[in-house]
Design a protein around this ligand. Sequence first.
Ligand code: ZN
Ligand code: ZN
Ligand code: ZN
Length: 202
Amino acid sequence: MKRTLMNEKIEKIYSTNCIFDKQCSPVYVNRTYESGITHLSTQCQKCGSTFGQPISRKSIDKTAPVKKFDEELYNKFSEEYFKPLFELSEKQRKLNEIRKSLKIEYYEKVFNIKYVDFDTTYNFYLSSPAWQEKRRNILERDNHTCLFCGTNTATQVHHLSYDNLGNETEFELISVCHPCHQTIHDIENNERIYDKLQKKSI
Ligand SMILES: [Zn+2]
Ligand SMILES: [Zn+2]
Ligand SMILES: [Zn+2]
């Protein structure tokens, strides 16, 4: 049988990504997306996988055959290929259940309150004598100087992480001045937004 004119780079992408026989035979296909746009792409004829980006028509040999994207074969492929992911998400749910129940237990024991939501618990904690003491210790550790600018007198303590609320380790807390504290929260907000955007673009 005549070998299709597929470039090596694409074949490499398939052989490294395919979790099946590792002997994918990709061909050029026209794939029409839900939006109605058609792109030149590639698809393995054996397992139905499609890896790599859509490609420019100019970059391929004019005589190379282009088939129609096989939607049915692709659906079969993705069912198999993403199965481990779905199985993991089931387990992830289970892990979250455990985390949640431990958290509820923890708040009941440490704060003596029902865990309703983060804000309620957090505000309750900030007004507790336990936090006041911890806060004093951290300010003392940092010589009442803002760790962020290094010059202003620190008047507040910032949580670098809320993972161990009520039982924070020393490196989860820093002394800060008021302006730097606001800057830090702005930075953290930006990071969250950036993270979300990053995840969306994948
Ligand atoms: Zn394949
Ligand atoms: Zn500062
Ligand atoms: Zn803060």
